[in-house]
Design a protein around this ligand. Structure first.
Ligand code: ASP
Length: 362
């Protein structure tokens, strides 16, 4: 595994009895892993072998923790498809050895990585919980400690019969456990950085962690597997009033372009001008997949509700329903990377695969 170096066994004293839940923590980078250097002036990546010194509470957990850090921790703005594939492959390789996985990740693109992982991992039957923090682990008022401890506790929680409580890809942040492909980063300064406007939290952490069991996916029936392809020949096209046709035409001229996530107004509305519609229509005829998601955080695209979205439906734009833009673009990358049949890709784009959207009314 090229991108990682040695594993660190945290061996919490309470876990040494033997029957403890085992959790693999994959540390990718981001603010959560930063600490001040000895001068106290500069933030540098934190040495995870010292995690018990930073968070002594971990020693009271009956969890066997193994940390697998990226060789070079990255700011999540530098995340690329190969990092997503690498995390998916690592979870696959260690799937039988651990009961659960916690991924420490920068907050900036965490919703993209969590969405991508939800598509790459098929028949997931174990928790994969992403977390991070707004302040470095070494900062006085850090939120890293709370987020990390609760993420571990959620990852390790099991039903009486031993099956995991949350066999899904999730984001835990500031008291909320959210489905990963429903979450968005909505705050760059407050601790409450993530929200999931279209799907309620899977759990809320107060004095105790209250799970909404009926919202969590049931354990899968098939065998766990992972996909190793994604295609980045996709773009976002965000509409704004008075957007020029020249700009739109240039986007569709991009060499190799296969898919466009069109960010529209309200419930999926777009300019009704003929020039705009015919550019999209030609692109669709040339085999480009266009998926309509809303610029609103909540609600859904309903093509045909207004005249300004009916034309999109009529020319073959796929409705993204209530998907987040993060889920839509990573789903597109996933589908284009793993399938060739246009009709199949269009159909899958419009229906739920991993709980990322509601079924849409026909
Ligand atoms: N820029 C950082 C990152 O996403 C911010 C964070 O971790 O919160 O990696």
């Amino acid at each position: 595994m090229l991108n990682y170096y040695q594993t660190i066994n945290v061996n919490t004293s309470a876990a040494q009895g033997g029957a403890a839940t085992s959790v693999l923590v994959i540390y990718t980078g981001g603010t959560i892993g930063m600490d001040y250097d000895p001068s106290g002036k500069y933030l540098v990546p934190f040495d995870f072998s010292q995690i018990l010194k930073k968070i002594p509470e971990l020693s009271r957990f009956e969890i066997e923790i193994t940390v697998l850090p990226f060789e070079q921790p990255i700011d999540s703005s530098d995340v690329k498809i190969h990092h997503w594939l690498n995390i998916a492959r690592t979870i696959y390789d260690f799937y039988q050895d651990f009961d659960a996985f916690v991924i420490l990740h920068g907050t900036d693109t965490m919703a993209y990585t969590a969405s991508a992982l939800s598509f790459l991992l098929e028949n997931l039957g174990k928790p994969v919980i992403f977390t991070g923090s707004q302040l470095p682990i070494g900062a006085r008022r850090t939120d890293a400690r709370e987020n990390f401890i609760s993420a571990l506790e959620i990852a390790a929680s099991r039903h009486a019969d031993g099956t995991p409580l949350v066999p899904e890809v999730c984001i835990f942040f500031a008291n909320l456990l959210l489905r990963g492909n429903r979450a968005r980063k909505v705050q760059s300064l407050d601790f409450t950085a993530f929200e999931s406007e279209n799907y309620p939290p899977l759990a809320t952490a107060g004095i105790r962690i209250a799970y909404n069991h009926n919202l969590i996916v049931p354990p899968p029936e098939g065998t766990f597997d992972f996909y190793s392809q994604m295609d980045n020949n996709v773009v976002f096209l965000k509409l704004f009033p008075s957007i020029s046709n020249q700009y739109i035409e240039q986007v569709f001229r991009l060499e190799g372009l296969k898919g466009v996530v069109l960010e529209t107004f309200g419930s999926g509305n777009a300019p009704s001008e003929n020039g705009f519609i015919s550019t999209l229509e030609t692109a669709i005829r040339n085999g480009i997949l266009i998926c309509n998601v809303s610029q609103c955080n909540g609600g859904a695209v309903i093509q045909g509700m207004y005249g300004t979205s009916r034309r999109l439906r009529d020319i073959g734009v796929v409705s993204g329903g209530d998907m987040t833009p993060e889920a839509a673009i990573t789903k597109m990358m996933f589908l284009l990377g793993n399938a060739n049949d246009h009709a199949f890709i269009r159909q899958r784009m419009a229906e739920p695969m991993r709980g990322e959207m509601e079924w849409q009314r026909k």
